[in-house]
Design a protein around this ligand. Structure first.
Ligand SMILES: C[S@@+](CC[C@H](N)C(=O)[O-])C[C@H]1O[C@@H](n2cnc3c(N)ncnc32)[C@H](O)[C@@H]1O
Length: 283
């Protein structure tokens, strides 16, 4: 399929999935390749034929949504963000978590891909924060809608390229080299639980209130504004007052989003307002 034909198709189809073309502009080639493959599987001649197929087969929209998933990630992605978490945000959150039983820092990686983000957090905690907060435990809930990436996340074996942004000696401290790739060590895997979950409909669980939520390079890149607002509302319900929300470095909150104030504006780290922080926030 020619680029122009695929772009026209995506501009038509994405809004019908609650997604926006703008987020896909740079990554469209991989999506177009998948759509092309799907056309061949179905024996369809072109994008127009696929469009008719979608109109008469509602179940195909779920297949198309799967083809539009971008799952690229890497460890310590956007180094300055993890550095700010290490030096400023997490020490404050750890101090708060240490003060209340069960002395557990609770984090959620929503749209975790193959686990690189959750494992980076685990390394950050164990290698940098645990020595300062020895009585504190870390728990990370890592969720994604895609079973294939979750299987890779649970396996915990990565190509060297995915580790290239990690601080100097962390590869040696957190991984074992195997024939299959770099395998994360059990101590860094232990705090993390992986679940299949749609960020648009997270499992309601009032016990799950997090100190830190990362939702990067997913809703606020690919979803339309209305859906972004819905997702943000659901994330907000799950973050403690004073807790942090981290978006992707090129993402923004939807306009007029209530309930958050910039913590590190340039790095897209926000503080959840609420009883504990309201009035003290001026940013
Ligand atoms: C580009 S990756 C981002 C991974 C990681 N957060 C990062 O920034 O490096 C986006 C991930 O979101 C997942 N995803 C897409 N739609 C989702 C949804 N509705 N609910 C949960 N995860 C979703 C994809 O499967 C993919 O693994």
């Amino acid at each position: 399929m020619r680029d122009v034909e695929c772009v026209e198709f995506l501009r038509w189809a994405l809004p019908r999935l609650g997604m926006r073309w703008r987020g896909f502009r740079r990554v469209r080639r991989q999506v177009c390749r998948r759509v092309d493959r799907r056309l061949r599987e179905l024996g369809l001649a072109d994008a127009a034929a696929y469009r008719s197929h979608l109109e008469s087969n509602p179940g195909e929209w779920t297949v198309l949504a799967g083809l539009c998933r971008v799952t690229i990630s890497r460890f310590y992605r956007d180094r300055a963000v993890f550095d700010a978490l290490r030096d400023d945000v997490l020490p404050q959150l750890c101090a708060g978590a240490r003060a209340e039983p069960p002395r557990t820092l609770r984090c959620w990686s929503a749209g975790c891909g193959s686990g690189e983000e959750a494992y980076s957090l685990s390394m950050l905690f164990r290698l940098c924060l645990a020595p300062r907060f020895p009585e504190l435990r870390l728990r990370v809930r890592a969720t994604d809608i895609d079973d294939a990436v979750l299987a890779r996340a649970r396996r915990g074996v990565f190509a060297a390229g995915a580790l290239r942004e990690l601080p100097e000696d962390w590869r040696a401290r957190a991984f074992d080299e195997t024939d299959a790739g770099w395998r994360i060590r059990p101590a860094f895997r232990a705090p993390i639980e992986f679940f299949r979950e749609d960020v648009c409909a997270p499992r309601p669980d009032p016990e799950d209130r997090f100190h830190l939520v990362l939702c990067r390079n997913l809703a606020f890149t690919y979803f339309e504004t209305d859906l972004q607002r819905q997702v943000l509302g659901r994330l907000a319900e799950r973050i403690r007052p004073g807790g942090a929300l981290v978006l992707g470095i090129h993402e923004s909150l939807p306009p007029d989003a209530p309930g958050f104030a910039p913590w590190h504006a340039r790095l897209r780290i926000f503080r959840r307002l609420g009883a504990a922080t309201r009035g003290s926030e001026s940013a």
